[in-house]
Design a protein around this ligand. Structure first.
Ligand code: ACO
Ligand code: KIV
Ligand code: MG
Length: 515
């Protein structure tokens, strides 16, 4: 038996724009609408035509541009709103008027100042007016989540008779619980005598973080249209997020027995477009579209994913438009992920000891730095390799200090041919003090021809990458060193250069490729 289709009604451009600070220009709305069309959403709610001349123009432009999705405008249950919506939608290949009026006692009494009978009459009149202007009419019982079900049954039966083809049941204030909401949808479908003449739709808000759960509960109970927004944008805490609804339906298709027509590979590009235009960043841990949604940081998970990605992934990153999943390296990572990333960077290890040494250094670095990037890894392995070569000098310990008004001083312990020597020196700055301390042992007679510090990656926890060029009797060597502490990186670079100078013939520096 084939699955039922769930209509995806995107309201990013209408309810999404009701997020404070998310107002969009007409051109921006058209760009998003084109992306939604590529995503293959069934209905694009383009705006609220009566709201402003700008919104009217946006609905009209989108109606002119979009061919494959139905374009919709919201309107209150008022003649002037419905006329404006119909006018703006005139160019649409497929247009829909979405008219609404509140049915909860609270809204009817305090906001609309109307009796339930007046609301019923206005709902019927509005749907009839809309149907005279356009074939596709949707009606919403605003604040359905807090409405009396008997009254809603009366209203819904009447508006279906008046020509509404979609009946939307919004949980306007995000008050519903999944089991109650699902039960309400099931009851409405069962009790409204002509319910088979309309598609039942849901529109859930996220005030209690339940918008997606409530929408899915409604689908389980017979709703066949879900209203949602990209990145969960929307009034207050937002609407049900499109990406979560679509991927929940796809991933749990065998249990839900429904499907959507969404081109899921276009989800991430659309999410980025909406985030870029509205200026609302996507939180890293947001399902599906957050930067960490397909990233694995901890060693046990990384090891599992490398052996079989399904151990810790229920969806494929590529299916929603990411390039791939990611194994991020940090202090919780294990040897498997470290080795795998190194291999991707073209770095292999001669034996397990070399891997272990590099991995141990990586852990020390990861304790100091929240995220380790590829450049960090390359610097790290160069350090391991240069320190493994036969070296006359090796840095064992370093202390350097500077404070205002005092001469900077450094204390170093350096192994010279395996014999450790302690040395102290003062200098113009901590790096100068360190270099002088090293020279007081090495007495190389070399001239410091160049000293350069750069950050390997961005951020204040980045590693400093130091280059030191020494010149002696026409011979030039370039040493390098990396560390999160640039004074330590400087000492490493200077010692690396001294060791190169100490070799009989010029040798290629493993980090820079220079001699
Ligand atoms: C749950 C939702 O998301 S509903 C959609 C919310 N979105 C928006 O409101 C954005 C666009 N809105 C606007 O630009 C303006 O509010 C407009 C143009 C629609 C109306 O502006 P104004 O005429 O200045 O009215 P205002 O916004 O102050 O008040 C709303 C009026 O609409 C009435 N109203 C509210 N909903 C409905 C409805 N569904 N059907 C009929 N009348 C309604 C209110 O009772 C109130 O009437 P009153 O002025 O006689 O008291
Ligand atoms: C206009 C309706 C559908 C709405 O946005 C709501 O009730 O939340
Ligand atoms: Mg809403």
């Amino acid at each position: 038996m084939s699955n039922d289709q769930v209509i995806i009604f995107d309201t990013t451009l209408r309810d999404g724009e009701q997020s404070p600070g998310a107002a969009m220009t007409k051109d921006e709305k058209v760009r998003i609408a084109k992306s939604l069309e590529m995503l293959k959403v069934d209905v694009i709610e383009a705006g609220f035509a009566i709201a402003s001349p700008g919104d009217f123009d946006a609905v009209k432009s989108i109606a002119e541009t979009i061919k494959d999705s139905t374009v919709c405008s919201l309107s209150r249950a008022l003649p002037k709103d419905i006329d404006a919506a119909a006018q703006a939608l005139k160019p649409a290949a497929q247009g829909r008027i979405h008219t609404f009026i509140a049915t909860s006692p609270l809204h009817m009494k305090h906001k609309l100042c109307m009796t339930p009978d007046q609301v019923l009459e206005q709902a019927i009149a509005s749907v009839k007016q809309a149907r005279n202007l356009i074939d596709d009419v949707e009606f919403s019982c605003e604040d359905a989540g807090r409405s009396d079900i008997d009254f809603m049954c009366r209203v819904i039966e009447a508006v279906i008779d008046a020509g509404a083809r979609t009946i939307n049941i919004p949980d306007t204030v995000g008050y519903a619980l999944p089991h109650q909401y699902g039960n309400m949808i099931a009851q409405l479908i069962e009790r409204v005598p002509n319910s088979d003449k309309a598609i039942f739709s849901v529109h859930c808000h996220n005030d209690l973080g339940l918008a997606v759960a409530n929408s899915l509960s409604a689908v389980v109970n017979g709703a066949r249209q879900v209203e949602c927004t990209i990145n969960g944008l929307g009034e207050r805490a937002g609407n049900a997020s499109l990406e979560e609804i679509v991927m929940a339906i796809r991933t749990r298709q065998d249990d839900l027995n429904v499907e959507t027509g969404i081109n899921t590979q276009h989800i991430v590009p659309t999410s980025r477009l909406v985030s870029g235009i509205t200026g609302f960043p996507v939180q890293p841990n947001k399902a599906i579209v957050g930067a960490n949604a397909f990233a694995h940081e901890s060693g046990i998970h990384q090891d599992g994913v490398l052996k079989n990605r399904e151990t810790y992934e229920i969806m494929k990153a590529e299916d929603v438009g990411w390039n791939t999943n990611r194994l991020t390296l940090g202090k919780l990572s294990g040897r498997s992920a470290f080795k795998s990333r190194m291999e991707e960077l073209g770095i292999t290890f001669a034996d397990r000891d070399e891997l272990t040494e590099a991995f141990n250094r990586f852990k020390i670095l990861a304790d100091k730095k929240s995220e380790i990037f590829d450049d960090d890894l390359q610097a790290l392995v160069s350090d391991v390799r240069s320190s493994n070569e036969e070296e006359k000098y090796r840095l064992v310990e370093l202390e350097a200090g500077s404070s205002t008004g005092k001469t900077p001083e450094a204390r170093l312990v350096i192994a010279v041919d395996s014999e450790e020597k302690e040395v102290r020196s003062a200098g113009d700055g901590p790096v100068d003090a360190v270099f002088k301390a090293i020279e007081s042992i090495a007495d190389s007679g070399a001239r410091l021809a160049l000293y350069n510090v750069s950050a390997i990656t961005s951020g204040t926890d980045s590693q400093g990458d130091v280059s030191v060029r020494l010149e002696k009797q026409g011979r030039i060597v370039n040493g390098s060193g990396a560390d999160t502490d640039i004074v330590v990186a400087s000492a490493k670079a200077y010692i690396n250069a001294l060791n190169l100078l100490n070799t009989d013939r010029p040798k290629t520096n493993p980090q820079t490729g220079n001699v």
